[in-house]
Design a protein around this ligand. Structure first.
Ligand SMILES: O=C(O)CCC(=O)C(=O)O
Ligand SMILES: [Fe+2]
Length: 212
């Protein structure tokens, strides 16, 4: 078994038992280095203010989330390397857990000091084809006093805190999109992550659902 297979198996087991997985991608240095290099080359104009679903109300948006995002695609080789890695994870999880995952979409997110994302679910039962959420953190030397933690809540009791995840470089969180409420606590330093979603295909009449 190579290191990716070990990690993929660990994620599959975590999901099976808990519905949430917190692992480290640090053994896969090439992918992390490629993403860090890509982040260095992206400029402020490559990021734009994120919205919530089809909600276009800017004031309301700003009360809920303050991150800026940049979608990944295959035209950039460093982004493509990560997308291909997540494609391998998708295939593994489909073989192992029969999830029928069909596509993966993801964006870099930049949280400037003071930015947050209030408690939310990434998917509502029956209303979306987002099945699994992933978040990968890209912050070297993040200190516990830097804030910006991901707080994950109990699916049965949305007030009950389950886990607090420090956004350390290489940490990869995976969870069931319509089960786990979560929030990003205000960051004190600029915080980078890649948030992504594995989706099932809900196409009708042969029209494939657009990936984003
Ligand atoms: O960056 C994070 O820790 C989570 C972001 C998130 O929940 C989202 O983008 O939906
Ligand atoms: Fe989320």
């Amino acid at each position: 078994m190579n290191t990716s297979t070990n990690l993929f198996e660990q994620i599959a087991l975590d999901l099976q038992v808990h519905g949430v997985s917190i692992q480290s991608l640090e053994a896969n240095e090439p992918v992390l280095l490629a993403l860090s290099k890509r982040l260095e080359h992206l400029s402020q104009k490559d990021f734009y203010r994120a919205g919530i679903g089809r909600q276009e109300d800017h004031i309301k948006n700003k009360k809920i989330r303050r991150d800026k995002i940049h979608w990944l695609d295959n035209s950039d080789p460093d982004e493509a390397l990560f997308l291909s890695y997540m494609q391998d994870l998708q295939s593994y999880l489909n073989r192992r857990l029969f999830l029928g995952l069909f596509s993966y979409e993801c964006h870099f997110a930049q949280y400037e000091p003071g930015a947050f994302y209030k408690k939310h679910l990434d998917a509502f039962k029956g209303e979306t084809n987002r099945i699994l959420s992933t978040v990968l953190y890209l912050n070297p030397n993040w200190q516990c006093t830097d804030g910006g933690e991901l707080a994950i809540y109990d699916p049965q009791n949305h007030e009950q805190l389950l886990q607090v995840v420090t956004p350390n470089y290489g940490t990869l969180v995976t969870f069931l999109s319509d089960e786990f409420p979560h929030e990003v606590l205000p960051a004190k330093k600029t915080r980078y992550s890649i948030a992504g979603w594995f989706r099932v295909n809900t196409s009708v009449g042969g029209n494939i659902d657009p990936p984003q």
